[in-house]
Design a protein. Sequence first.
Length: 122
Amino acid sequence: MKMKRKKFAKRYQIIDEIASGGMATVYKAHDTLLDRYVAIKILDRDLIKDKVIVKRFEREAKAIAQLSHSNIIHVYDFGYEKDHYFIVMELIEGPNLKKLLANQGAFSIHEVVQIGCEIPVN
């Protein structure tokens, strides 16, 4: 789905595609109401008729929204707009794990332990 430079849900200006997977596409957007950058995960339009997938998408939004930890992204919004289910989340800029591993190779044991210690357990 091409949404670049379009306004979405009346307040989010789509800037660029961040990632795309089998079920959804994630975009960088500007929240024009709160003047901040966000990530918007939009469920592929082809999947909105599958009630199981839509329920799973909604469950994902609700589950993440209930978590509160500095190392977990925050969910700001969830909704349905013009044949699109979406989750609006905190935008974290920088390379993803796949790019990091491709650029620098495997993490050292010290790095793995350091990262592991920051993973929330509750």
